[in-house]
Design a protein around this ligand. Sequence first.
Ligand SMILES: [Zn+2]
Length: 644
Amino acid sequence: MGDWTGIMRPWIIALLLPLATVRSGEIADAIAAAPRAAPVAPAADLEAARALFEKNLDAIRRHDRDAYLACYLNADTLARTGPEGPQLGYDSLAKETGEDWPDLFEGLDLQLVPIRPGLVYGTYRYRVRYGAREDSGISERFFVKIGDGRTDRAKTGAGATGGGRTADGETGGGWKIAVTTAFSALPGTPPPPRALVGATLVDGTGAPPIPDSAVILRGGKIDCAGTRAQCPPPKGIDVLDMKGTWITPGIVDAHVHFSQTGWADGRPDSIDVRDRYPYEEVQAGLRAHPERFLRSYLCSGVTAVFDVGGYSWTWDLRARAEADPLAPHVAAAGPLLSTLDFWLNLPAERQFIYLGTEEDARGGVRYLASHGSDAVKVWFIPVAERNFDDMTKAVLAAGEEARARKIPLIVHATGLKEATAALRAGANLLVHSVWDVPVDQEFLRLAKENRTIYCPTLTVVDGYRRLREAATEKKPPSVDDPNGCVDPDTLARVAETARLTVKADDPKADEQRRERFAAMNKMMPVNLKTVRDAGITIAMGTDAGNPLTLHGVSVYAEMEAMQTAGMTPMEVLVASTRSGAMAMRRLEEFGTVEKGKRADLLVVGADPTRDIRGLRQLRYVVKGGVVRAQTELRAAAPSSSGSK
Ligand SMILES: [Zn+2]
């Protein structure tokens, strides 16, 4: 236990002093006798205390009231301390026990300190879940050896309420818990260290996988990642056997919109549903309750997302998500500068700032910069009524102003002409494929010169097509959610598609639309392959929030489309982790499984370097060093959390 005992011992005595006023056989004795330098208690004491400790925690895990109560000193002096102070007496414990077992209980980092013969102090770090609510903290125990039944009424038969049972024999020969405490950890407290051993490590750098690896998590970060010989698990650390699995970095989705729902209500320009879902109310709901999408991301293995355009509240979401252990890291671009004066705004707030002149561009960037935006996002829509060169001038001005303020420039440009202009403006991130014609040498040269990251966003267009088809055919669209992450409200909306009425287009317009979708779906993979062959950095992004591109779960289809387009599974994996972190400009912090990075990683049951579909087989999602089984995150989604 090393340093730990040295740090804790003075503190233990401080903790005990107030209790000295309580006349309580064993405890008062213990304090009176608390030595300055504790003699080493017999190993048998530690062993007995550990056995009782484990029995105690196991009883919580199994919701076994009798076994739980049998661990405690049946006396009026039994002390239970929490943030509100101590509470005395076994009877009150017996009364409360069994009312509120956690749905999940995790006890790690068991530590024991011998104080003197017959008295052992212990702590463990807990993480509990009640429905969707998670709490973690530290809990202490004082283990005392009961001599001749002197203090335990259960042994003497004096008014026991715990069924008169004794833990003798079962708990290591007359040992009981005399003091117990639990305190929630302050936000940001790192979880206890852990070691994940035996998995094949795919670290996200593109380096060859490491079989039979070890990854040591400490302080919420990666302390070591490599072979078992390079990273031997330190003594006493909790070890998880991950044999037969693969470890990858957490997925980064570099293109999402929290101001959109994943259905038509967030994009009434697709199918207008404002008669039943007024846009103002939809937006108020998104702002008040973004957590269902944050949960869906984590549940799907996505540990960081880049919101590349929305209402200004998305800036505040960054801190909110950072403080929420069940949320991915969020970067946010805030309102977009748009060459199209788009109508989809709120009465008192715009998500589309009109980019008319160069002055508009400079004013817009000043506004974004003054709010600490993570990027300047330009929606470069070639408007037929506007002069293309005028629009380009405004975009160039936005790029210049962003550069001067060291803010990355993100551009939505889907035609080669405007995408090339965007590169001239210094675009750091293109969040869509060029989908009208093949990219040319000039495009590739500019992208390379700029070190532009290309985010192909292949599948979002198909969501619009599927929405319209489902509404026309009166059939609910399918939901690709292999891990049960989508919240019930979203699922209900998606199902409602079958009951929508779409204005029937004339057959010719319908035919044209189909042809346009088909042409785009043909061109995008071709251009992705060209961009990849040219060595341009590619990041995965879904455009989640758009109709039927659901937050979180859409990453699988997007990654698989990238693989189908000709990227190797390893290239897709790097694009979906490391390059996404680069796009967010947070590669120093996360995106690979390397020493010093945040411990955000996935444990999957199939080899993602053979087929990127392997990432669907999520076993564990590790965020900030907390290892959660995927099934646990499913339960955390409001869909299956019951009433809590
Ligand atoms: Zn987008």
